[in-house]
Design a protein around this ligand. Structure first.
Ligand SMILES: Nc1ncnc2c1ncn2[C@@H]1O[C@H](COP(=O)(O)OP(=O)(O)O)[C@@H](O)[C@H]1O
Ligand SMILES: [Mg+2]
Length: 352
């Protein structure tokens, strides 16, 4: 079975994607899969590379020998579009987009693969787009009564043209501290905690640099809990993982640079909370019409033990030591088998 692994991309999570892909490429079952690796450089060039997992993880692949890839959605042969590598047509049986963030996790590349008629791992276009946008996610989840932090949306235009009015509107609704985040980033890029008006103005400017839609949320003083979900029509949930951030919150630095944020598995929780988290995680996966995989993230509020849904990630961090694979490893699915399961689920869903 021919599998194309796609990684890199133009989003700020380029490096994280390369690390996830390096892990996938070192563990994927080569007895079952004939693997081709395609990297998207930071400036958006599509390159077929024979680089080693180490070179992919370090970013060195982008300067190594590679063939430029062109793509045609025209279903010219056997009902599918194709990739053209040095002019030769290549049609994988499945694609594994190990991409995070803009263009890779937000439905755009999923739309391209769908037009080509080639099965791919993970959520389809509409689902990926809604899950990537934290405001759309909340709007859908609100209609289903999913418990969430109170929030409001500010536009980049408001931040640029009437920042004082925007800040006043936020202060009328929330007391400090508040969280400010771009609607469409991941890995905590552009996310800040603001404790006063000056910090709020800076946080809004920072978020506005990444997106024209900005969320402001009440601060939830809680534990951070995550659940991995796997499957198509009958998804299954993993056990629960807890994040112990090394910094004030789970920022980009705490996630990737310190290496000291802790992951705890099957943490001790108040009576009944594990069941509630699992039930809500599966409900969120279903109402957002997810498929393949997603990681659903929560807070467990300290003051009253309330379960609060924070966000869903349709292509969660996927190195062998990332939360998503670790959770399923503990549930009895080793990393290499998890990759196989995801590819099988992609084929089961078909190129739609
Ligand atoms: N409302 C909130 N209250 C408290 N902490 C928050 C809140 N929103 C986000 N955070 C902190 O910021 C981190 C990143 O925010 P998140 O919404 O998960 O965005 P990302 O998609 O970048 O991971 C969270 O893991 C958490 O540590
Ligand atoms: Mg998060």
């Amino acid at each position: 079975m021919k599998v194309l692994v796609v990684f890199g991309g133009v989003s700020p999570e380029h490096e994280v994607s390369c690390l996830s892909a390096a892990s996938v490429l070192s563990h994927i079952d080569r007895t079952r899969f004939d693997v081709t690796a395609m990297g998207i450089t930071k400036d958006g060039r599509w390159l077929c590379t024979g680089a080693s997992p180490e070179e992919i993880g370090s970013g060195a692949w982008a300067d190594g020998p590679a063939s430029e890839v062109t793509v045609s959605p025209s279903r010219s042969e056997n009902g599918t579009g194709g990739f053209y590598i040095d002019g030769a047509r290549y049609v994988p049986d499945a694609i594994f987009p190990v991409l995070h963030g803009e263009n890779g996790e937000d439905g755009r590349i999923q739309g391209l693969f769908t037009m080509m008629g080639i099965p791919f791992v993970g959520c389809h276009t509409a689902s990926a787009a809604v899950c990537m946008d934290k405001a759309f996610t909340k709007q859908v989840c609100e209609t289903a009564g999913i418990p969430m932090a109170d929030w409001l949306l500010v536009t980049g235009r408001q931040v640029r043209t009437e920042p004082e009015a925007a800040a006043a509107r936020i202060e009328a609704r929330f007391s400090y501290p508040v969280f400010v985040k771009p609607a469409n980033t991941g890995s905590s890029v552009g996310v800040s905690k603001a404790a006063d008006r000056a910090a709020l103005r800076a946080a809004l400017d920072c978020a506005a640099a990444y997106d024209s839609r900005i969320l402001v949320e009440e601060f939830i003083d809680g534990r951070e809990l995550e659940i991995a979900v796997l499957g198509n029509e009958e998804p299954e949930a993993s056990g629960i993982g807890e994040i112990l951030p090394s910094r004030e919150f789970y920022s980009y630095e705490a996630k990737y640079l310190d290496g000291t944020s802790g992951l705890v598995f099957d943490p001790v929780l108040p009576e009944g909370r594990a069941e509630e988290l699992t039930r809500i995680a599966l409900k969120v996966f279903r109402i957002l019409d997810c498929r393949g995989l997603s990681r659903v993230d929560f807070f467990l509020r300290k003051r009253d033990g309330a379960v609060i849904f924070n966000e869903i990630n349709t292509i969660p961090g996927f190195t062998s030591i990332s939360m998503y694979p670790k959770l399923f490893e503990r549930a009895g699915i080793p990393y290499d088998e998890l990759i196989t399961r995801l590819i099988d689920l992609a084929v089961e869903a078909g190129g739609r």
